[in-house]
Ligand binder design. Structure first.
Ligand code: ADP
Ligand code: ADP
Length: 239
């Protein structure tokens, strides 16, 4: 079944440039999809349109059978809670601990005002511990995020997304700031989340070899348009 359908999506930030033009594709439940393309192709805009951080200029985005442009404010918040976001620069609160960053992912930044780990209930703490253990971060749980390596920070980003129990993970250049060995760890975690937990993954990458290694489907974007949509095998025989 289809989890996400994009139908003639377009985005124009200003009068002269079309960042996205008539983008149509769909993603099945449980699929691992990579979007590849050079810098400025529109990859980031595409992900931001999907969770409506950016308002599309035209077209439709249907998530789990619902047109996301017709959601009420409350329904929009609920829809966003089903989408885990991963960013190139992690977007963590550096002066807070790993556990606090993860739990804030679930409870929202309002809770950052309260600050202390003490405000969370036992079930939330257990869930946080469990997710951090899965990601190999048990020992970092009470460390401040500014003491972590880049690879560790990105795993915290993944943990923060996972605690929301998302249906879809949107990952915007998750390995672009990491060395090859940390990149492999992150991509292996994303594959595991996809295959073992059944969470659909949509990831922006500029490394074609990584996309080929991990994806069920690859979508190539250039100058705001789709230039390829197929399997890794089809991409390699195309070239
Ligand atoms: P990519 O993620 O593939 O590097 P982006 O989606 O960031 O591509 O950018 C696509 C195009 O849209 C680029 O020409 C970029 O300059 C432009 N763009 C991105 N964000 C904005 C913005 N907030 N305002 C105006 N133009 C933008
Ligand atoms: P990245 O390489 O991580 O995609 P960018 O440097 O492309 O980052 O963009 C950084 C920020 O600037 C983003 O919020 C993006 O939307 C915005 N941006 C990108 N291009 C433009 C532009 N031409 N005009 C205005 N804002 C832009």
């Amino acid at each position: 079944s289809k989890l996400l359908v994009l139908d003639n999506l377009s985005k124009r930030y200003n009068k002269d440039a079309m960042a996205l033009e008539n983008i149509s594709f769909s993603i099945k439940n449980g699929e691992f999809v990579s979007i590849i393309g050079p810098s400025g192709a529109g990859k980031s805009t595409l992900l931001r349109c999907i969770n409506r951080m950016v308002e599309p200029s035209g077209g439709r985005i249907v998530f789990d059978g619902k047109d996301t442009s017709r959601l009420s404010r409350g329904a929009l918040r609920q829809f966003r809670s089903k989408i885990g976001m991963i960013f190139q620069h992690y977007n963590l609160v550096d002066r807070l601990s790993v556990a606090e960053n993860v739990l804030h992912g679930r409870l929202g930044y309002k809770s950052a005002i309260a600050g202390a780990f003490g405000i969370y209930n036992e079930q939330e703490k257990r869930q946080c511990q469990q997710i951090l253990q899965t990601l190999g971060l048990s020992e970092q749980m009470f460390k401040r995020c500014d003491q972590l390596s880049g690879g560790q920070k990105q795993r915290v980003g993944i943990a923060r997304a996972l605690i929301q129990q998302p249906r879809l993970m949107l990952c915007d250049e998750p390995i672009a700031s990491l060395d090859p060995s940390s990149s492999k760890v992150i991509m292996d975690h994303l594959r595991n989340i996809n295959k073992a937990m059944g969470i659909t993954v949509l990831v922006n990458l500029h490394q074609v070899d990584v996309a080929i290694k991990y994806s069920d489907t690859i979508i190539g974007v250039n100058k705001g348009k789709i230039v390829f949509n197929g399997t890794p095998e089809e991409l390699t025989t195309d070239r």
